[in-house]
Design a protein around this ligand. Structure first.
Ligand code: SF4
Length: 110
């Protein structure tokens, strides 16, 4: 079985990023997916460190760890988010569900 990160990356590519057009021929991921894929290690770390039934604690932490060092300004505003152009934000619940499923598969084989 491919390792955890590989599986997560593939599922996010297949289930999230393919929903967006590839603007640049040869580009590795659509523009909307770049924050998601380029910050994937931090996102995995954040999601794996939280266990909660509601999505807010995950999102709060992502805003602190990822968005604060991305396009978000000091007032917490991100133009991409406001225009629904960030896959991480637009599909956040689904992304958390994918990661949780893959974490569970790893726990089940231990
Ligand atoms: S919502 Fe904005 S600041 Fe946060 S990851 Fe997406 S593009 Fe970056």
């Amino acid at each position: 079985m491919p390792d955890l990160r590989e599986r997560i990356e593939k599922r996010l590519q297949d289930e999230i990023c393919t929903q967006y057009p590839w603007d640049e021929p040869g580009g590795k991921v659509p523009l909307e997916c770049r924050p998601l894929m380029s910050r994937l290690d931090e996102i995995i770390e954040v999601i794996s460190g939280i266990r909660d039934y509601s999505i807010e604690p995950y999102m709060d932490r992502i805003r602190q760890v990822v968005c604060a060092n991305c396009m978000q300004d000091k007032h917490g505003y991100c133009a991409n988010r406001a225009q629904n152009k960030c896959a991480l934000d637009a599909h956040f619940s689904k992304i958390v569900a994918i990661l949780e499923e893959e974490f569970r598969k790893d726990r089940d084989v231990l």
